[in-house]
Design a protein around this ligand. Structure first.
Ligand code: SAH
Length: 243
C-alpha cells in the first residue's frame, strides 16, 4: 500500500518539522500512525518527499523530511475559475473538483443574486477542502485560493488571455473557449440567481465574453464542473497523457 500523504508547505530535505494541527490530527488520531513509520509530504509547490515520523504526542507531530520522491511541473497553460459562493457546501464541492481537475487559481466571489454570504471561516474551510483533495488525488500543486470578494475586486487580478463567462442569456458557442487553444484561460460561472445585468456588464468590461452552455439551465455547480471537465479533457490531450 502506498504511504499516506500529509501537507507540509515548508518541507525541505533533511529538515525536522512540526506538522500543522489538522495534519497532525489526521496522522495521529485518524490514521493512527506511530513514531518510526514512513509517510509522504507534499509541499503544494510541485514536490513530494518521503519522511519519517519522529515524534507523536498530544501536543504535536514531528517528521524528518528525507528524499524527493516526485516532482510535478507547474501547471501550464493555466485555468483560473471564478465560482460563486453557494449554499449547502457546494462551493467547497467546487473547490475540491477544481483541485482534482488541475485548476491553478480559484476566485470564490460574492454575488448580488447569490444566497450565500462569506463568514470569517469561509476561506479557511475552502482552503482545508483544497488540501484534502490534493492529498487524496496526488496532484502536487495546490491551487491559489483567493479570499471571497465581489467580482469588481477579483476581476482585475486575472492575468489570463482567454476570458469567458457562462451566461444563461446566451453568448458565443461553447467551443470558442477551448478552440483554438487559448493559452491561460479564465472562466466565470454565475450563482443560483444568475449574473445580474451589472455583473454581466462588469465582466464584459474586463474582456470576458459571454458563452452559452446549451439550451438547458444548469445549476451553478453543474455549469462549473462541466467547464472544468472540458478544459481538463483538452489539457490531457495536449499533454498527450499516457498512464
Ligand atoms: N437563475 C438563472 C440561472 C442561473 S444558473 C435563470 O433562471 O436564468 C447558474 C449559472 O450557471 C449561470 O449564471 C451561468 O453562469 C451558468 N449556466 C447555467 N446554465 C447555462 C447555460 N445554458 N448557458 C450558459 N450558462 C449557464
Amino acid at each position: 500500500m502506498s504511504l499516506p500523504r500529509f501537507f507540509a508547505p515548508e518541507a525541505r530535505p533533511g529538515d525536522l518539522l512540526e506538522l500543522a494541527p489538522e495534519e497532525a490530527h489526521h496522522l495521529r488520531d485518524v490514521l493512527r500512525i506511530r513514531r518510526g513509520e514512513r509517510v509522504r509530504l507534499i509541499d503544494g509547490r510541485g514536490r513530494e518527499f518521503e519522511a519519517e515520523v519522529v515524534e507523536v504526542s498530544r501536543t504535536g507531530v514531528r517528521v524528518l523530511t528525507m528524499g524527493l520522491l516526485r516532482e510535478e511541473p507547474a501547471p501550464s497553460p493555466r485555468l483560473e475559475m471564478f465560482v460563486p459562493l453557494l449554499k449547502g457546501g457546494r462551493t467547497e464541492f467546487l473547490v475540491e473538483k477544481a483541485t482534482e481537475l488541475g485548476v491553478s487559481r480559484i476566485f470564490p466571489f460574492v454575488s448580488r443574486r447569490a444566497v450565500a454570504r462569506p463568514s470569517p471561516r469561509t476561506l479557511e474551510r475552502l482552503y482545508r477542502r483544497s488540501i484534502q483533495a490534493l492529498k487524496q488525488c496526488g496532484r502536487l500543486w495546490l491551487p491559489l485560493l483567493e479570499a471571497p470578494a465581489p467580482l469588481e475586486e477579483l476581476l482585475p487580478k486575472t492575468g489570463a488571455s482567454g476570458r469567458f463567462f457562462a451566461y444563461e442569456k446566451g453568448g458565443a458557442p461553447l467551443h470558442r473557449a477551448f478552440e483554438p487553444p487559448p493559452g491561460d484561460l479564465a472562466l466565470a460561472v454565475g450563482p443560483e440567481g444568475g449574473f445580474s445585468p451589472e455583473e454581466a456588464a462588469l465582466l464584459e468590461t474586463f474582456d470576458f465574453l459571454p458563452l452559452t452552455l446549451g439550451p438547458y439551465i444548469l445549476r451553478a455547480e453543474t455549469a462549473a464542473l462541466f467547464l472544468m471537465s472540458i478544459w481538463r479533457y483538452h489539457s490531457l490531450i495536449r499533454e498527450d497523457f499516457r498512464p
